[in-house]
Design a protein around this ligand. Structure first.
Ligand code: ADP
Ligand code: MG
Length: 537
């Protein structure tokens, strides 16, 4: 174990009055935090609350403007990550920092000889890695190239790397966003094991269910401030959600049973080979009826993005496409179309990445609200665009979608993530499309805005429209969908009705195993922890 001076009863970490500003943004305001040794401590907060900033300060990535850090009771100036590592802190980042074309072993020892350790021989390092891997159930081939590993295994390597450097305190920033439910369960087992042998874990997440399931204590951040620290068993998801948002929130989606009508969208045998020669879609068949939400679940990167792009009218240039797509019985061209033609045909699209595809960040909100629809007849005034009409229309939409601040003149970049998303959703939904394509509608969106966006999606469906929802959040899929299709490796692995689908069942499909067609002895059955099916939102 790393040397951690101070007393054994001192908290593993104590932060006092930590503040950090980025220009005008006060990302952390006088944060106090006590993390007792040998506990799993959750930190939750909406996007932008300041969680990653606080952890980056603890890991020496940023210097605080004010405040003090105590490690094991001893005031410690963490000036860079080497100091953090020497103080026994390891960090598993939201976006991994592994070298892709190095082996697992090379990645694990990379940089570890710094900090006064003797450069270990490769074989000793290999032995140590093996020991850690088997002790902590983190099996991974030391000679595999990182680029060949699944995301779940890359995360194992990140954890092994921290353990190899004798981390006593492990920080994980949103670790489950990239994992299947089974992989997340495995990670949680490992974290419990580490805790039980005395290590201290800080888990950052915005998923209330994970907090309730695995943490001992939880701290809530809101707008740069630490608003509460409580024992997990003395709180509940509703209370935590309220602390995060600062008001009461609805944790479930209220909706009547679907009344599906005629098919709106039909996709048959859709295949796509990208310009790198990789087959991204391997024969997709699906139908969505009027008045129905079809949810596509899956770990990201299994073809969902390509499906949305093709249906939205902008497949990757040069990709090879095959199959048929019809909208209201009319064939849609797979290529040679564009997003605007698709919109005119009645397809609305909220893209997965609103910052890149949904908005022009430097343009005013009113321009963004009209974006893609500005040649509509009601916005024309002779040969000119009627900017006054567009502005008035945008102001109305922003008001109805509760965009804050409701100022159409502000540039898109000046709104928070949740409000940016409301601008995109307002633009697409208010056009009343026959088919709404919506990707990751609530990624990076705060709970209050999630609630609002979900209601609008359900309203559209109740007005007899078809919705194709793609989300990596299983809770969101099960709460909203009338039918669930799971995508894996460019295929639809299986379809389920939300009230019959368990997390374990969907998780198997997400991992490429169909429990309905696999012999029991071959089936991967992820352990389902109590409470996992509660569908907390
Ligand atoms: P969280 O991890 O809780 O989502 P962050 O700590 O990433 O929140 O961000 C807190 C606030 O600080 C946000 O408003 C974010 O835009 C801002 N911020 C974070 N990092 C930087 C940076 N490097 N430069 C400018 N602003 C930043
Ligand atoms: Mg973050």
């Amino acid at each position: 174990m790393a040397s951690t001076p101070g007393t054994d009863t001192a908290p593993a970490i104590e932060l006092r009055g930590i503040s950090k500003a980025f220009g005008p943004v006060q990302a952390n305001k006088g944060i106090d935090l006590v993390v007792p040794r040998g506990t799993i401590h959750g930190i939750i907060g909406e996007n932008g609350a300041g969680k990653s900033t606080l952890m980056s300060i603890l890991y020496g990535f940023y210097r605080p403007d004010a405040g003090e850090i105590l490690i094991g009771g001893k005031p410690t100036a963490i000036t860079d990550s080497q100091t953090a590592i020497r103080s026994g802190i390891g960090m598993v980042f939201q976006h991994f920092k592994l070298v892709q074309n190095f082996t697992v072993l090379e990645n694990v020892i990379l940089g570890a000889e710094d900090g006064g350790l003797l450069r270990p021989s490769l074989s000793r390092a290999r032995g140590e890695l093996k020991r850690l891997a088997s002790e902590y159930e983190l099996q991974v081939d030391p000679d595999a190239l990182v680029e060949e590993l699944s995301v779940g295994h890359q995360q194992r390597v990140e954890i092994l790397k921290a353990l190899y450097r004798q981390a006593d305190i492990l920080i994980l920033d949103e670790p489950t966003g990239v994992l299947t439910p089974a992989e997340a369960d495995h990670l949680f087992r490992i974290l419990r094991g580490l805790r039980d042998e005395g290590k201290t874990i800080i888990l950052i997440t915005h998923k209330l269910r994970e907090i309730m399931e695995i943490t001992d204590n939880v701290s809530v951040m809101r707008r740069g401030e630490m608003v509460a620290s409580v024992k997990t068993r003395e709180t509940n998801p509703t209370q935590l959600a309220e602390l995060m948002v600062g008001r009461k929130v609805l944790l479930r989606v209220d909706k009547a049973p679907a009344q599906p009508g005629a098919p709106i969208l039909s996709v048959r045998g859709l295949r796509m080979v990208d310009t790198a020669g990789v087959e991204r879609l391997r024969g997709i068949d699906l139908d969505i009826h009027a008045g129905e939400i079809l949810g596509i679940a899956g770990v990201s990167g299994n073809g969902q993005t390509q499906l949305l792009e093709i249906l939205g009218g902008y497949p990757e240039k040069g990709a090879r496409l095959e199959g048929t797509v019809t909208l209201n019985g009319q064939p849609l061209p797979l290529t040679g179309s564009d997003a605007r033609a698709r919109r005119q045909a009645g397809v609305g699209h909220v893209p997965e990445d609103r910052q890149v595809e949904g908005l022009i960040m430097d343009f005013a909100a009113w321009e963004n609200v009209a974006f893609g629809y500005h040649d509509a007849p009601e916005f024309q005034n002779g040969l000119l665009m009627d900017n006054a009409a567009i502005r008035a229309d945008a102001a109305g939409k922003m008001q109805r979608f509760d965009v804050r601040p409701p100022n159409p003149e502000l540039a898109a970049k000046n709104f928070s993530g949740g409000n940016q998303q409301k601008i995109v959703v307002a633009r697409e939904v208010e056009r009343n499309p026959d088919l709404l394509l919506i990707g990751q509608p609530t990624r990076g969106v705060d709970i209050g805005a999630i609630e609002f966006i979900h209601k609008r999606i359900v309203e559209l469906r109740d007005a007899g429209k078809a919705v194709l929802l793609v989300s990596v959040e299983l809770d969101e899929i099960t709460a909203l969908s009338d039918r669930i299709a799971v995508m894996f490796d460019g295929r639809i692995m299986g379809e389920r009705l939300p009230d019959q689908a368990t997390v374990a069942d969907l998780g198997c499909l997400m991992a490429g195993v169909d429990p309905a067609t696999t012999a029991p002895e071959d089936a991967i059955t992820p352990a389902t922890a109590p409470g996992l099916d509660e569908g907390v939102r």
